[in-house]
Ligand binder design. Structure first.
Ligand SMILES: Cc1cc2nc3c(=O)[nH]c(=O)nc-3n(C[C@H](O)[C@H](O)[C@H](O)COP(=O)(O)OP(=O)(O)OC[C@H]3O[C@@H](n4cnc5c(N)ncnc54)[C@H](O)[C@@H]3O)c2cc1C
Length: 407
């Protein structure tokens, strides 16, 4: 015999948990089914375990941070970043807004947010079953039939909030797309998004951990420039990461060439600074002089060592060739991409349930009445900076409010 619910939510990530805590729990008997033993596994990893759950930028500026700005607008307007911060504040959960706009729990613990979401679900009367994988879904005239390995359930409404397919060990391994297909939905091409890049013969390995606030990256494919990006760049053991790479990894392919300016300036500008230094600060050591470029000393020493320039040499002693090589290294450092991170290292999935099949004002399927979607399972992916979790929460809430407003 099937267990009966009014609403079943598949997936206890931020989208599913926020849908559960937002639903009218008095009116709708609701169940969340989660594959992993612990709800919100990806949430717990997010922001390096600190959870950058939203961004403080104006909500009207959010739209451009996603692949499909028209689709996300109603969800984000109905529950914005400020609404979320206020909501948490009312639950005595303090947020910390960083200078760069990223918003974290004041405690810097993702687990505090996950625990709060679970507690609010329980207080709302929502049942949560963890460690249970939904294997199949179908719909007959009366209800949805949901089957796990041991049990069947049925419900009047179903919310699929199963996430994407990156970091599959967190539970969002792409099986949710199959569930959507079982109910007639189409899935777009799936690609890793927000991925680091791994570099061929990575020479900067020993500098891993260093980041640059205003780096500029020019992207080349077959000797043609195909993109130019600016922002924070992080050197890693195997290549590069940081927002400037992650937010643009969707445009990058294996064997593309990156030309990196650590200073954000192009070759001519960098060379002019070095030439001016020769004229105005000729007696200064090269190492000291380069500090005006605002780059970490470790990089300066590394470059000088690589170019066989003594750090103590005076700026005026630099030969023309040395000056030019230095300017090139600083402004056009070449790196060939060996591999753009795959789903095991990408933070998000580009692609998902085709959004034209969903009503963006309610999150209800246009194909299967009573079926709703929320979060990363949809063909929505955002930049780093808190945009993905905000999307999951706003869309989860909109789905729940839409159901709560029905019979
Ligand atoms: C390392 C890392 C760091 C990140 N940091 C940030 C950050 O700081 N800020 C930010 O905004 N975004 C961040 N993201 C992205 C963000 O975590 C996701 O976009 C967000 O969690 C998506 O929420 P969701 O609820 O849609 O899906 P998920 O969080 O993926 O949750 C989906 C849930 O559904 C469950 N599930 C899947 N299939 C089934 C099934 N068949 N049966 C039952 N349950 C199922 C899964 O186990 C999972 O718990 C990060 C991602 C990663 C990988």
């Amino acid at each position: 015999m099937s267990k009966k619910y009014d609403v079943i939510i598949i997936g206890a990530g931020p989208a599913g948990l926020f849908a559960g805590l937002s639903i009218n729990g008095k009116k709708f008997k609701t169940l969340i089914i989660e594959k992993k033993q612990t709800p919100g596994k990806k949430l717990l990893l997010s922001g390096g375990g600190q959870c950058n759950f939203t961004n403080s930028s104006e909500i009207r500026e959010f739209n451009v941070r996603y692949n499909n700005k028209n689709f996300v607008t109603p969800s984000l307007r109905s529950f914005s970043n400020n609404d979320l911060i206020d909501f948490l504040d009312k639950k005595c959960f303090k947020s910390l807004i960083r200078d760069d706009g990223k918003v974290f729990p004041e405690s810097a613990r993702a687990s505090d947010l996950a625990d709060l979401f679970v507690r609010l679900n329980i207080e709302n009367g929502v049942d949560i079953i963890s460690g249970t994988d939904v294997k199949s879904v179908s719909r007959d005239e009366e209800c949805f039939n949901i089957t796990t390995s041991g049990t069947s359930y049925n419900s009047r409404y179903l919310i699929i909030a199963t996430g994407g397919k990156s970091y599959p060990q967190t539970g969002s391994d792409g099986t949710g797309f199959k569930l959507a297909e079982m109910l007639g939905h189409s899935i777009t091409v799936l690609k890793p998004s927000l991925a680091p890049v791994f570099i061929k013969n990575h020479k900067l390995m020993e500098l891993s951990g260093i980041s640059f606030n205003n780096a500029k990256i020019d992207l080349y494919r077959n000797n043609t420039k195909t993109g130019s990006f600016t922002g924070e760049l992080l050197i890693t053991h195997k290549g590069f990461s940081g927002p400037a790479i992650l937010n643009n990894s969707r445009y990058m392919e294996n064997l593309d060439l990156l030309k990196i300016s650590f200073t954000g300036k192009n070759f001519e500008e960098t060379d002019q600074i070095l030439q001016a230094g020769r004229n105005n600060s000729g007696k200064q050591s090269v190492k000291k002089f380069l500090q005006i470029l605002n780059i970490p000393e470790r990089l300066i020493l590394f470059i000088l060592n690589t170019l066989e320039i003594s750090p103590g040499a005076q700026v005026s002693q630099l030969s023309r060739e040395q000056r030019i090589s230095l300017a090139r290294y600083l402004s056009e450092y070449p790196s060939i991409i060996n591999m753009v991170g795959d789903f095991s290292s990408a933070m998000a999935t580009s692609g998902g349930v085709l959004t034209s099949e969903i009503n963006k004002k309610t999150m209800e399927s246009r194909i299967c009445p009573g079926l709703y979607f929320a979060g990363e399972v949809l063909d929505i992916d955002g930049d780093t900076g808190g945009y993905n979790i905000q999307w999951a929460i706003s869309s989860g809430r909109l789905a729940a409010m839409s159901i709560s407003g029905t019979g």
